[in-house]
Design a binder for this molecule. Sequence first.
Ligand code: SF4
Length: 332
Amino acid sequence: MVFPWQLSLSLARYILHQRLARRSRYPLVLMLEPTLRCNLACAGCGRIREAEEIGHRELTVEECLAAIDEAGAPILPLTGGEPLLHSEIGSIVRGAVARRVYVYLCTNGLQLQSALHRLAPSPYLSFVVHLDGLARTHDRLAGRGGVFAAAMAGVAAAKAAGFQVRTNTTVYRGADPKELSNLFSALAAMGVDGMMVSPAFGYEQVGADIFPTRAEATGLIGPILAQHRWLRFYSTPLYRDLLSGRVSLPCSPWSTPTRNPRGWKRPCYLLADGYCASYAELMQTPWERYGPGNDPRCAHCMMHSGFEASALEAATKSPRELARLMVWHLLW
Ligand code: SF4
């Protein structure tokens, strides 16, 4: 199965609980950024400007655990910045796992091998290694040589040590579909537990002409997902339909709140219109102002952080989509 059965069970229980409490807006995923420091300066990264603005300020272990308790979301991507640069990342992960929260530690892989001794394999922990292409492409986007090789070595070492390892691939304008196909085949052959693919988001502050339009992204990603339909992509079937241009979905930015050293980011993981002092304050955001058709910055966005929850919500309301979701979960 592409996810541990425990995760699916607790997710189903959590959603049922929210429905019984008649909550229509609730968090599924907390994007926690303990540090915005990074050991790379990737071409398409929108976090670099934010990191410069706050200097080296990081979240403490206590602040991280308080954010987890405050949001109450069952899934916790630890992102940033490079989370493995946080000196207390082991304590943050252990605190989350003790709360039975599913941790997805997102890393560029450079320090993965050397960090393994600080963590223990668990059904509640998975690494998510970022890989945007094969060596030449990935190293160019990462801004230096050897990054791809280090990340692949990290994947192999983490798998050998008994950890769950997933990957995340961002697709930029002009990406080579054949190269991405070869990347996914190579990762599948290494036994990764799942792969994710999503289009790059056009950060205003990055300003580079490397971000695909929605039509360009679906034209690139749709055929790859169709060709590799039997590989373990851990995006839900309806979200993959969105990436393939077969359906459109609204955005649910409240489903994926982001907490970093500046506060609770408003309105979503990608846009930084402001920061709130608490999760409760974040939930007062006038959400109707955001999403495709409401805010021009959202026009080409198809990021999982905004749309996976919408896909899940739509699937639970359609017997056909619910059956598809269950088959996908049981067979992949
Ligand atoms: S569509 Fe949603 S997730 Fe994407 S930038 Fe807009 S508000 Fe954020």
